[in-house]
Design a binder for this molecule. Structure first.
Ligand SMILES: Nc1nc2c(ncn2[C@@H]2O[C@H](COP(=O)(O)OP(=O)(O)OP(=O)(O)O)[C@@H](O)[C@H]2O)c(=O)[nH]1
Ligand SMILES: [Mg+2]
Length: 223
């Protein structure tokens, strides 16, 4: 069975896509320790069984917001096989911020480029192929309310889960910050901590430079 997480900004169509993917095979629970609703569902595609989790709608993945921390902890700790990032095609600039954070986390991302009808009615022609090239991940155009793109999305999820090679596209912060990231990475890798090696080294370094309290507390146990 493969584990799939759905993530995206609020109001981008996550629940509509979740319902298309899982149909009646869903149940509701709570995230451990909090009262935020956790929706989990199942489906089978091309003989592959998937468990799909609908994460809270978030703009970012900081340690300060409970919803963002739920989403981030799930991705970092549970390491789902595929993270479907649902992007509002009519609001690309705002939505792609979360996409970059997911790539920084080295999640196995598939972008569902939803609301293509809204984008078109606003005069945008979004080039899914070009976006896929720039991000280095599959991008599937969808109009979730009409069920358009859902089959292609299931294909992309199964393909991503079974794909061995992943293309890494690096998003640099400029020489000065990249140099700082490298120096922090060097300190972290010298710790030789097995616990820390579960996390992407570059992500830990970026979070430390940002002053992320959660990552500071984690790292201070080992370095
Ligand atoms: N026009 C259009 N509307 C859509 C599309 N996908 C979803 N919607 C509508 O957008 C609204 C939000 O959809 P939801 O699935 O509830 O969004 P969500 O991401 O789960 O929202 P939160 O859980 O509140 O973050 C609903 O009114 C949907 O009917 C789409 O592709 N096109
Ligand atoms: Mg929802």
């Amino acid at each position: 069975m493969i584990r799939v997480a759905l993530i995206g900004n609020p109001n981008v169509g996550k629940t509509v896509i979740f319902n298309h993917l899982t149909g009646a095979r869903q149940y509701v629970g709570n995230w451990p320790g909090v009262t935020v609703e956790k929706k989990v569902g199942r489906c089978t595609h091309r003989g592959v069984e998937m468990e799909v989790v609908d994460l809270p709608g978030v703009y970012s993945l900081t340690a300060r917001s409970p919803d963002e921390l739920i989403a981030r902890d799930y991705i970092v700790e549970e390491k789902p096989d595929v993270v479907v990032d649902i992007v509002d095609a009519s609001n690309l600039e705002r939505n792609l911020y979360l996409t970059l954070l997911l790539l920084e986390l080295e999640a196995n991302v598939v972008v569902a480029l939803n609301m293509m009808d809204v984008a078109a009615s606003e005069g945008y022609e979004v080039d899914a192929g070009m976006l896929s090239k720039l991000l280095g991940v599959p991008v599937v155009p969808c109009v979730a309310t009409r069920g358009e793109g859902i089959e292609a999305l299931k294909d992309a999820i199964v393909d991503a889960a079974t794909r061995k090679e992943r293309r890494r596209v690096a998003f640099g912060f400029g020489d000065e910050i990249e140099d700082a990231i490298k120096r922090v990475e060097a300190v972290l890798s010298r710790s030789g901590s097995e616990e820390l090696s579960r996390y992407p080294l570059r992500w830990l370094a970026i979070k430390l430079l940002e002053g992320d309290e959660r990552v500071e507390a984690l790292v201070s146990k080992f370095v």
